[in-house]
Structures are given as structure tokens and as C-alpha cells.
Design a protein around this ligand. Sequence first.
Ligand SMILES: *Cc1c(COP(=O)(O)O)cnc(C)c1O
Length: 498
Amino acid sequence: MDIEQFRKAGYQAIDRICDYYYSLENRPVISKVEPGYLKDHLAQSIPEKGEDFQIIADDYQRFIVPGLTHWQHPSFFAYFPTACTFEGILADLYATSACNPGFNWSSSPACTELEASVMDWAAQLLGLSPVFLNGSGTGGGSLQSTASDSALIAVVAARSLYQRDHHNTKMEDLVIYTTTQTHSLGLKAGLILGLSVRALEVTAEDEFALRGVTLQKALDDDEKQGKKPFILIATVGTTSSGAIDNIPEIQQVVKKQPSLWVHIDAAWAGAALSCPENRERCYLKEINEFANSFCTNFHKWGLVNFDASTLWVRNRRHLTDALDVTPPFLRTTHGDAGTVIDYRNWHLALGRRFRSLKMWFVFRSFGAEGFRSYIRRTIQLNKKFAEYVSLSDKLILVTSPSLALTVFRLSPKSISPAQPALDEQSLNNLNRLFYGRISARDDIMLTQTVLNGVYCIRLAVGAARTNESHIKQACDLLHKEAELAIEAWEQSIIEESQ
Ligand SMILES: *Cc1c(COP(=O)(O)O)cnc(C)c1O
């Protein structure tokens, strides 16, 4: 493809992307293709002779689009949203056109310097303490691909710091602390690094948040066993229910345990800190006072296209001490002088994508005000949904709504007047049946979860095009499916008793 052919194909691509967005709402949310569907449409191997690009572009529409689940669909309420803005799309296009691995300052000064600046913008937007800013010279922030990478890096830095301060610590004694609600990134970090992971218990009464007493007890136990817990991955906004660990209590415990690194995983909820009214409930003040590292994914609820996971550390030396490997061919005058950031020492790989460009485009185009109003709108929509659930005679909230996430389940007042109230196992089965009905539909998407044995359903708001009518539609549809699930359940009870 030459430059003029690219120009033409590029115009067409943008036209088609616009058409896609115009048609989005009329598409099914969920792709209904069967596993292996694509194989029949693809050649067995790379074509020997290059093909005309128009055919390739058309095949994208014919074969790929039908196999897509539309995360930007206004009725997509599953998992957590994945941000997508036109500013982000355009930035990705420019970034890939410069195609720059940006591993150190000299490899492209603009990539490093823009990242250092937009990370400071982002920290200020969220209200993080100035110690986390790149401008502080002590702490600093960098863009990672995912929260899992960010957590892994925090664990590596924490381990290296712990081992430096505690010589002769055996690897097998080191322990990563998580809770039973921590994202799988805790277990993954343990698997990758060959370290034990201890998941601390959390309870429904505490809305699945880690308490200080639980942490203290685990520390006491482990001390007796000769174990060396060196990092706690605490969560602000867990994936299952949006639980927020009790950071103030954790802070009190950690005061007596200064060698325990605290990493805050706010992959989803972090974006809410942009609005001052959410800061207290997310314990921003305490995070600012003592957390060693903090991560949020702007690519979830923060309007920046995948991938844009932001990781801040209180002390950048802890990253570079753990990750700096500088062979002669990577040495540079500025790097040696320490006058520039070499981001290759702040993450796992050498090369890195030019992600800061999309942060810059999005932040400037929305402004802090536009960003906050999007966050507030989605929280408001979730509040609407939670209100519908509270008023329902069939659905109940399982936990208090958390920001833009609601966890609920089917809990009919009574199945039929003749039946006694359902026991927990029957309720779980009824809810499985209910969720099975919802997930068989293609016009809405939600996810299931299990909270300490309780089967429930999550609804997360965040797609940019979701408005009140989609929330209303979701409620109507859930009530209809609830009725049908109860009918089917009653039928099965009658059949069983015959
Ligand atoms: C989504 C999520 C993650 C993991 O996200 P990746 O960036 O895909 O690794 C981690 N923690 C929480 C709380 C999440 O919601």
C-alpha cells in the first residue's frame, strides 16, 4: 500500500467506523456465533500473493464484526465498561503512525515527556498527593498496559525493597496478602513470581471490605509461623461488588508494620476520585498519607481507550532499584546523568506503546469538567437502576450500590402462597435459572458473580451512550425474565412433587 492508497483506505475506514457507531444501538449486544465460526471464513495459511486491500477491508465487515461483542453498546452492563472515545481512537492512530518504542528518553523525547506530564495531570485530576507526581522528583507515575501488570510491578518492587531491608529472607517465606475479593491479579503475581498468596477473609456484614482486625490477625499468625508478608494488595472497588477495603483501619495496622508495602488496586473505581464527593468514601486522604503505590485503569471508566493503566509510586527509586538493567547499548548521556526518566526501568518490557497521547487528547478535549460530568452521569444512572431494584417485589440489592455498580438477585417475597420461603441453595438455583434466561438474550449483557456463596448478578454502568431509557429498558426486561424464571421454577417444583 502506498501513501495515496493509504489516504483512500483511511478515509473509508473512518467512514465505516462512523457507520458502525450510528448503527450500534440496533445491533445485538452479544455476538451469537458458535465457537470455531471464523475458521471456515479464513484461508488455511497466508496467501502466497498479496491481496487487494478493499477485499481485506470488506472481509473485516463480513467476518469479524459478526463475531464482536459490542462493549460500547448502550445496553452493555457486563464486567466493567471499557472506555472508548473518538479522541482516543484518533490518538491511537497518530501513535501507531509514529510507531515508537519509547523505552528511554532519547528514543523519543516527546513520548517520555508527554507521559510524565499527563501522568501528573491524571494524578491531579484524581486528587492524588503531590508526592506521587513526576514533578516531585521522588514519586512518579507511568502508563502500564493493565492493572495486572501494575500489580505485578508493585509486587516486584516491594519484594526487592523487602529483601534489601531484610537480608537472608528466604523466597519461600515471602507472602503476598490479598483478600478473597481481590482480582485474580494477586494470584497471578504469585504464580508468576513463585510466591505464596494469602487471601484474607472478608464478610457480607462488612460489605466484603477488608478490616484492620483481620489484617492484624493474619500478620500475628504469620509472624509466629516465620512467614514474611511483604505486600498487601488492597482494593478500592472490587470487581465482584465494588467493595472498598477499610483503608483507614489498614493504615493503623501498617503504622506498626512499616515493611508491609500497600498497593491500592482501584482499577475500576479510581476514575470516581475525579469528583470530590467520592473521595471520602474511597479513602483518598488515607491513600495519600501512606499507600506505596496506586493503580487505576483509565481504559475502564476513564474515557481513554484500552490500554491505559496508570501506576503511581510514592518512591520511584523502589521501581528502578528493582527493574533497572542497563547494558552498554542502552546507556545514554542523559540517562547516566539522571536528568531524564527512562521509562524502560518502570515496567516489565523494554519497549512501550505511546499511550500518553490518548490521555492527552481525551483530557484536553473533555476537560476536567467534562470528565467529572461523565462520571457523575454514570453514577446517577446506576442510582436510578438501584432505585428500581429497591422498589421491586422480585429483585433485591445484595450489597449497597457502589458508585456505578449494582449487585442484585432475584428474591421473590414468596414463590407461591403454599410454599415456605426458599432456602439459600434453592435461591441460588433460582438465580442461576434467572441469569441463564438473561444471558440467553442478545439485547443486553450482564455478568454473574458469587459473593461468599451467594449467587448474584452485577450491573455496571459506563458505556458512553447509555442513558436513562436504557436503564429503564434493562429494568423492564429483568422483571419480565424474573417472572418467567419464577414460573419455570414453580413448574419444576410441581413436576418434582408428582
Ligand atoms: C478489571 C480489574 C482488574 C484487572 O484489569 P486488567 O487491567 O485487565 O489487568 C484488576 N482489579 C480490579 C478491581 C478490576 O476491576
